[in-house]
Ligand binder design. Sequence first.
Ligand code: ADP
Ligand code: MG
Length: 274
Amino acid sequence: MSEERTRLAAPMFEIENLHAEIDNREILKGVNLTVNEGETHALMGPNGSGKSTLAYVIAGDPRYEVTEGSIRFQGEDILEWSPDERARKGLFLAFQYPTVIPGVSMANFLRMAVTNVRNARAEAAAAEGGSVQPMTPREFRRLMREKMALLKMYDSFATRYLNEGFSGGEKKRAEILQMALLEPKMAVLDETDSGLDIDALKVVSEGVNNLSGPNVGMLLITHYQRLLNFIKPDFVHIMMEGRVVESGGAELALKLEEMGYEGLRGRFAEARSA
Ligand code: ADP
Ligand code: MG
């Protein structure tokens, strides 16, 4: 098979036997997870199981060292790519604890982030003989207004300073707006395990439901089942002690709610000692 064919035949996003450590402590102990185009996956698990660590490793956070395994995106190994390169190639990561940047308005921050990524994509397309025009400020404003309307956000939101005094819900809105503007191919959202009110949950789910489509892959990381009342995942995975220990359909989240993590942990321990 030609290289191009191999690339097209590969799953969109594939994590294989991923081991990662921080400060010489192994947190991820062989994670396997595959997301195909158009699929929404939920990754659940008790606190401390390594969910956020996985998100940081996918983003390329230099604090973590990958000691074994691979992460491939559209058939290419992303572990060699800088975080910036990962974003330009169409990966989007939303974190549990977003940064505060005083004095930078939402609109300016988004314009920088989005034009960076889009102009890099335009350059890449040009290098391959295509002709994608870089985005002008005027086009950006039009696009931002369009996405904000879609997400039912007030215009004044764009002039606020980034994350300064933002409520949990507003921070989520900012992230979701950023995601909508970047139009990623693969989005990883690490949910706040606490403090998200019902409005914030709705914003996140509307954003996710708006973005999802036949060409987009999603990985939603969440401790609680309640986000899945708004977004129906195609697959649910349970992470424990640095591994995905069980995978299933949407019904797995309901089973989890019934049994609790402790119930599942008991079963997992039995299976390991058997
Ligand atoms: P989750 O998101 O599932 O709650 P995390 O990925 O945040 O889990 O944490 C996984 C484990 O990694 C926890 O046991 C946590 O204590 C540990 N951990 C996180 N950061 C560090 C660090 N800087 N040094 C050592 N251990 C850490
Ligand atoms: Mg976490």
